[in-house]
Design a protein around this ligand. Sequence first.
Ligand code: MG
Length: 266
Amino acid sequence: MRIARFASGDEVGFGLVETDSDNGEEFVARLSGHPLLGDIKLTGERAKLSDVRLLSPVLPTKVVCIGKNYADHVEEMKDVTGESTDEPVVFLKPSTAVAGPYDPVFHPAISEQVDYEGELAIVISRPCREVPRERAKDVILGYTVANDVTARDLQKRDKQWTRAKGFDSFCPIGPWITTGMTIEEAQNLALTTTVDGQTRQDGHTSQFIHDIPDIIAHVTSFMTLLPGDVVLTGTPAGVGPVETGQEVSVTVERLGTISNRVVARD
Ligand code: MG
């Protein structure tokens, strides 16, 4: 299933994104309940996908991010963030950084360098802590696409990453949550990032240093994850700046594309 959250007229709701078998058009079938409560009930109402506005597919209580999870990215960033580590590097983005799949990313005036970081994101299905590797699959609702937008100059200057990673709009996610994939499938996906159509990142989730069960086990060893929480799995090589006016798109195979234009904050 592909679970989206969308606005149509004055209403906001959840729906399943499906393809009409007659005309090949994509549409959203509205749900009556909340999918995080296991409520997948169709109302019978449907709208063309192009007629609704897709929102971030979840409103997480927190976005947990893994840093330095691709060897080639660790190499390109070692002057800023140092060598690789035995345990996953974990940091947080506030819930207020989350934006929709096609929303603008606001370029803060205080930063000289705002970078994109295309990432695979895990969406959590249930409250969980101390999850062993072998049970990681039981707490995953599905997967989505994220951009871990980063004010790189502030990341260097501040020594820690809260401000650099935490501006409003610095975590676009979407376009929907794809369920029904195994962890093995999620760890075998091409990931590309483009800026104004030019490819900047061309990675693959098979290149993870820390795999998804390790990430879930490590994060939940010290933090309870709640339904709808989002875990970003790190970015491959090729990170770089995006300027005001440019559009950055992240595509993960089978999951879709998010596209966000960078705009100046008035
Ligand atoms: Mg990142």
